[in-house]
Design a protein around this ligand. Sequence first.
Ligand SMILES: CC(C)(COP(=O)(O)OP(=O)(O)OC[C@H]1O[C@@H](n2cnc3c(N)ncnc32)[C@H](O)[C@@H]1OP(=O)(O)O)[C@@H](O)C(=O)NCCC(=O)NCCS
Length: 154
Amino acid sequence: MTVHNIHYTAVTRGHAEAITLIFCDVYGAERQQESAVIMKLCCHSNCFGVVSFDADYPVGFILLQQAGNTADVIELCVRESLRRQGIGRHLLEKGLHLGSKHGVSLVLLEVEATNKSAYNLYRSCGFELAGKRPNYYRRRAKISDALVLKCHLR
Ligand SMILES: CC(C)(COP(=O)(O)OP(=O)(O)OC[C@H]1O[C@@H](n2cnc3c(N)ncnc32)[C@H](O)[C@@H]1OP(=O)(O)O)[C@@H](O)C(=O)NCCC(=O)NCCS
């Protein structure tokens, strides 16, 4: 199912607070410290992304950081209550499109090996497995591997 009243807009400095709010609501206390980094990156000149709103309510975002013709997906997330409605896919597609316009030809990201939702989404949008980083994540007192995915943009 796809929701139609969601709108998408390119991230500007003015969205930093809304994006940080989504990040904190999605990840909670566990990743509280990282929210300051997300806030800073929203204002950084080498970062770009897309944020989605349901009316005025911020519901999801994708944030990428560019270095030359490569960009890393820093974060992609959608509020839990609005998942499986196509918002994540729209954010990713629009983020990649924006990347092309910024001169990006290769997008890289890391995803927790157990994160099937995100992995399926990335694979269905053209990402391929590029490598594996053992014991990369140390969260919830749990250690897990990261899969490195890559996507070549045309
Ligand atoms: C990953 C995430 C952004 C997906 O957002 P979403 O809005 O639910 O995604 P969509 O509705 O656009 O789904 C797109 C595709 O993703 C995959 N997917 C999404 N949720 C899934 C689930 N629960 N199980 C399996 N596949 C899933 C499917 O391939 C789906 O396509 P389909 O609906 O045609 O089957 C969302 O689950 C999220 O915010 N997760 C927490 C944060 C996170 O893990 N981010 C990734 C960091 S690397």
